[in-house]
Write a protein that binds this ligand. Sequence first.
Ligand code: PHE
Length: 453
Amino acid sequence: MQNQRQSIHGTWSSQWAFILAAAGAAVGLGNIWKFPYIAGENGGGAFVLIYLGCVALIGIPLLMAEILIGRRGKRNPVNTMEDISEEIHASRQWRFVGWSYVLCGFLILTYYSVIAGWAFDYILQSASGIFAHASAEQVGHLFTQLTNKPLKLMAWHSVVMLITMLVVGRGIRAGIEKAIYFMFPGMVMLLLILVGYSMETGAFIDGVNFLFKPDFSALTRQGSLVALGHAFFTLSLATGSIMMYGAYLSDEVSVTRGAVAIAIADTGIALLAGLAIFPIVFANHLEPSAGPGLIFQTLPIAFGHMPYGTFFATLFFIMLVFAALTSAISLLEPAVAMLMERYQFTRAHAVYLAGFVCWFIGLGTVFSFNYWQDIKIFGMTFFQCLDYLTANIMLPLSGLMVAIFVVWVMPKHHSLDELKLPHTALYHCWQLTTKYIVPTAIMMIFLDFMGII
Ligand code: PHE
């Protein structure tokens, strides 16, 4: 039984457009900023292994589930969940999972855009040559000088939001696709150049050992939750991005191939980013576990002491901006589509409203680094709270609900229809994993983290 629904926003022009757009959504600050530093904080290789396990066992089946649900519903996540539930006579309350998706993506964008703004600022700083031969103190000072200036942060945050709104405002093919065709290949090229540079000039073997030699004694319980939360975050799961992009996918395209391609591109790029960063860090005898400041503080010191460092540091931050923008675009689209489909906004009005509210809430993150840095909720700043709430709580829990929905609630022939796997054995594999392994893994890591088991 094929469904007759059509997306009112049109479809991707080809399978590749979808894969590039979804890979662009997946590859972002998470891969280049967050992955290397959380790997650094959690001991490297062992953490990487757990993370790869989470991507393969939980990430790919969930990517498939989200794309197939999106394509079946062909609406924003809220309407998609509502329509499908109605069609199969399940409770309409499933739409709240859709709400959680859209809300979570939206909340992430509020701070994502602020951090992406740092990358913009760093393009100018690196190009000015200010990092050349700078000491750790000087670079640290430059970083706090940036985060201490709310107006500057606000200006960059506004630039990121404006570009994102401009692209999303032009729609699927004229906006999102065009931007991705330019930014994604540009980002991959720059990254490859940087890996080549790091192989030539950095302590490459040390970097490889750090990323791939597992030392399980360095892995903590909390580290596993971080790995799981990050697998969700980096694959853009449970935020509406992937489900929304799936809604624009035409019916002939293979969901499975798309999901695997996205996971491989995303993981490959995270590892390449690690291979670009750690050898440079080690070559300068710096610490890999510097936390969130790794690429904004440690890396510029390292570049500052390398041949052609100014040039390559600038390339690095341009690459980071491309990666961040393709993700930001995918974070805004679900909220915009939701306003259009549910509340009959025009695309332009939806973009203004969603963009403005997002920009406004983002000010909370801007102030978390200066005016409000001493205001703590559960010991965390506003920004840390948002990050914690979205990445560690909302993403795994709403992802769990979608896994339950797709295999326990949706009739089997719907997923069979959408996945069109060549062998039924493969279908059963997906079904069993999604039915048992995904929920068990999410629950165990979650309960363990809450101290319940
Ligand atoms: N996956 C993106 C990253 O790794 C972040 C993101 C999350 C983008 C959710 C879209 C949706 O940076």
